[in-house]
Design a protein. Sequence first.
Length: 141
Amino acid sequence: MSNGLEQFGRDLRSYLKTVPQVLGRAVMQESADNFRRQGYENDAGVVVPWAPRKVVAKRKGRTNPRQRAILVKSGRLRRSVRIVAATATSVTVGSSETYAEPQQDGNTRGLQARPFITLGPSARNKLIKKISAGITGLVGR
């Protein structure tokens, strides 16, 4: 009996080491979803649209900046969201782009925050179900 319990303990410890990577991938997916919906899901589960960009006078031969997606000019910021650090117990998701932090948090010069690296309640609930199913699968062995 104790041998089965010891094996379960090993399996559970091994599974729990994968959870930070699973969480990191979920945050990266939520970030991609935020770019698609042009806003983020707040704690109440409501999508909050990002602040619009400033109105800029049209320049000859240039696209009106209001016609393209917010936070997307070249797509570099959207593609830059990555797991930047991970251990057996934690994960950090971020971007190496210098303008990522001011866009995420806003700044003192009047730039409104446009959070794009988030984990809203819908994604959090999916993640909890996925992790719970993994643990339940270990119990069923």
